[in-house]
Design a protein around this ligand. Structure first.
Ligand code: ZN
Length: 234
């Protein structure tokens, strides 16, 4: 076996990065993924990406071990408003016990870090889109473990928060235009077996003048799956 063909350990994809915690201003070390080294294996119809050798989702929550502030890495550096800072200090930092994290994260460690990020987001009354994305990524981790019960529970929450974000927030939401956002909600409903709701959201995508041809094609495929599934259950 040549060197290139060997299975790479997670270390090959990770590096340590120093960042400043926006809450307590400590300089902390976080694990970051070398995106240029990732090799995509497949992408599910709700956008979950599967990569060779590593699940980068495991490293997507950054956490300050001094104060307990935890957030998805692309939002971690965002400034914390004074009201949010007070809520986190009172409810999280005051009780925070630093934890030991191994150099690479097991699924259990990753899940715990997502739960800390979710708790923090609820404490500071984060936007629905942020809660929706945390629940969606946690659902994807459970999917990668074939833990269907927890995947469904998290997908239900993700769907609920993403619907709320669609009502309350101006696009782009989480980098998605409104048609892509509607498709994602429809696809989550389809996966949850909420076929009437899935068809309604897919219908909206197909009517949307802003949706690209590629998105409409994908939506038609998923709509056909719903119609097939409805036939086989009736
Ligand atoms: Zn901190």
């Amino acid at each position: 076996m040549s060197q290139q063909e060997q299975i790479k350990t997670e270390d090959f994809y990770l590096y340590d990065k120093k960042v400043v915690c926006p809450l307590c201003k400590s300089t902390i070390n976080v694990k970051a993924v070398r995106n240029s080294r990732l090799r995509l294996v497949k992408r599910d119809t709700d956008s979950m990406a599967v990569y060779q050798d590593i699940n980068p989702l495991f490293y997507d929550v950054w956490l300050c071990n001094h104060c307990g502030y935890a957030r998805l890495q692309n939002q971690f550096p965002n400034p914390v408003l004074p009201a949010e800072a007070n809520l986190i200090r009172q409810n999280i930092s005051s009780k925070w016990q630093p934890r030991d994290y191994p150099p690479t994260y097991s699924p259990q460690v990753a899940i715990e870090r997502y739960k800390l990020a979710l708790y923090g987001a609820m404490v500071r009354e984060a936007k629905s889109s942020e809660l929706g994305m945390l629940y969606l990524k946690l659902a994807w981790i459970y999917r990668s473990l074939s833990d269907q019960a927890n995947e469904i529970t998290c997908m239900q929450q993700a769907c609920r928060y993403l619907e709320k974000a669609f009502q309350d927030e101006e696009p782009p939401v989480l980098g998605m235009d409104s048609a892509t956002h509607m498709y994602l909600i429809g696809e989550l409903h389809r996966r949850l077996g909420n076929f009437d709701k899935a068809l309604r959201w897919f219908g909206e995508v197909l009517l949307s003048p802003k949706a690209s041809k590629a998105l409409k094609d994908k939506t038609r495929d998923q709509k056909d799956l719903v119609i097939e599934a409805t036939k086989s259950t009736s």
